[in-house]
Design a protein around this ligand. Structure first.
Ligand SMILES: [Zn+2]
Ligand SMILES: [Zn+2]
Length: 355
C-alpha cells in the first residue's frame, strides 16, 4: 500500500481556490455523501443568515464567514452540481464587471443598463477573450482567496462608498444571492434531461460566481474592521490540518459532532447533566468569574454575562472581550496568565459544540 505523506494533505497556505475546494471535499467527502443538495442549501442559508448578525462585525466574527464559505464549497463540489469555483468566478468576473464590462464597474452611473456603457469601449468580444485568457491562466497567478478579494474589490470600488452609507446592504444582498443559487439549482435540475441542460449549467455557474463575489466583498469590507483578518489565512488556520474538531484529514467525528448534525447555536442546558464537557465548562466559567475579582479594570458586566449561561457563542464573545481587556492590564502576572489559560481551555470546549 502506498503511504501518503501527511504533508501533502495539509495546507501550506499557498493554495488556489480550486485546491482549497478539493481539500475541503477530502475532509468531508464521507459525510457529504449522506446528505442531499437540498440539505446542503439549507445549511448554506443558515450559515449565510448568521453572517447578517451584528456579531459578524465584531472581533472574532470570522467564524460564520468560514462556515458559509465551507457550505458553499460543499454545494459546488456535490455530485449533482460539480462546479469548479475558481474557474466559474474567473469566467464571470475576468477583472471586469459582467454587466458593464468595465474594469472599474460603472453600473451605478448607468443604472446597470449595459447598453448605456457601450460607448465606454469594452465590447462583449473583448470580455469573452479576456475571460478565456484568464481561464488559461498563462501568467500563472496563484488565485487564492486573497487574490479574489483584491480582484473583486478593484472592480467594485463603489462597494466602499456603499459600505459607508449602509453596511446592511451587503448581508441583504448575500441572502438574495443565496436564494438565487437555490433557484438556479432547481432550474438546473429541471433542465437536466433537456436540450437546455448546458445553458442551465452556465446560469448556475454564474449564480455561484455571484454568490462568491458578494460573500467575498462583504468579508473584505467587514475585515477592514477586524485585526489580522485575511480570509486565506483564516481558512488555512481552520481547515489546514483537516477537520477542526477531530483533527483528522478525513473527518472522523462522532455522529452527534459531525458538521452535518452539530447545532450552531447551543446552550449549556442543552447538554446532558452527566456530560463531562458540561461539568468542565461550568467549572471553568466559575473559576474565571472568581478570578475576575482581581481585575477591577475590567467591565463588571463580563461577570454577569458569564453567569447568565447565554448561548455558547455569546459566552465565547464575552471571553474575547475579557481577553482583550486583560491585554491592556499592564502586568504579566501569574493571575493574568491563569485567566488567559482558563479562557483558552473554555474556548476550545465551547468550540467543540458550537461550530
Ligand atoms: Zn458594472
Ligand atoms: Zn471531524
Amino acid at each position: 500500500m502506498k503511504c501518503l505523506s501527511l504533508g501533502v494533505l495539509m495546507l501550506s497556505g499557498h493554495e488556489s481556490v480550486s485546491q482549497l475546494q478539493s481539500h475541503l471535499s477530502r475532509i468531508y467527502a464521507k459525510q457529504n455523501e449522506k446528505i442531499g443538495v437540498e440539505t446542503i442549501l439549507m445549511r448554506l442559508l443558515e450559515a449565510a443568515s448568521e453572517v447578517t448578525s451584528p456579531f459578524g462585525l465584531e472581533e472574532g466574527g470570522h467564524g460564520p464567514f468560514l462556515r458559509t464559505l465551507s457550505w458553499f464549497f460543499t454545494f459546488c463540489s456535490s455530485d449533482d452540481v460539480k462546479i469548479d469555483i475558481e474557474q466559474a468566478v474567473v469566467r464571470r468576473y475576468p477583472e471586469l464587471c459582467p454587466k458593464c464590462k468595465q474594469s472599474g464597474c460603472i453600473c451605478e452611473r448607468t443604472y446597470g443598463v449595459a447598453g448605456r456603457a457601450r460607448h465606454f469601449g469594452t465590447s462583449a468580444e473583448h470580455f469573452q477573450s479576456k475571460a478565456e485568457r484568464m481561464i488559461a491562466n498563462v501568467s500563472g497567478d496563484l488565485r487564492d482567496l486573497s487574490w479574489f478579494s483584491k480582484t473583486l474589490s478593484d472592480i467594485y470600488l463603489v462597494n466602499l462608498a456603499r459600505w459607508k452609507v449602509n453596511r446592511y446592504y451587503f448581508p441583504t444582498k448575500l441572502l438574495r444571492e443565496t436564494g438565487k443559487l437555490a433557484n438556479g439549482y432547481r432550474c438546473y435540475l429541471n433542465a437536466r434531461d433537456t436540450a437546455g441542460k448546458s445553458h442551465a449549467k452556465v446560469r448556475l455557474e454564474n449564480d455561484a460566481a455571484d454568490f462568491f463575489a458578494w460573500l467575498i466583498a462583504y468579508w473584505q469590507l467587514t475585515a477592514s474592521e477586524l485585526p489580522n483578518a485575511n480570509l486565506q489565512d483564516r481558512f488555512v488556520a481552520r481547515y489546514g490540518n483537516g477537520c477542526p474538531y477531530c483533527h483528522q484529514i478525513e473527518c472522523a467525528c462522532s455522529p452527534a459532532m459531525t458538521r452535518t448534525n452539530r447545532a450552531q447555536i447551543a446552550r449549556l442546558e442543552d447538554l446532558d447533566d452527566n456530560d463531562d464537557n458540561k461539568r468542565k465548562i461550568e467549572e471553568l466559567i466559575g473559576d474565571i468569574i472568581n478570578s475576575l475579582d482581581q481585575f477591577p479594570e475590567l467591565d463588571k458586566k463580563y461577570k454577569l454575562e458569564l453567569r447568565q449561561q447565554k448561548p455558547a457563542k455569546e459566552i465565547s464573545l464575552t471571553l474575547n472581550k475579557i481577553l482583550g481587556g486583560l491585554d491592556k492590564v499592564d502586568k504579566a502576572s501569574t493571575s493574568v496568565e491563569n485567566v488567559v489559560r482558563k479562557a483558552g481551555l473554555l474556548q476550545s470546549l465551547l468550540d467543540s459544540f458550537i461550530l
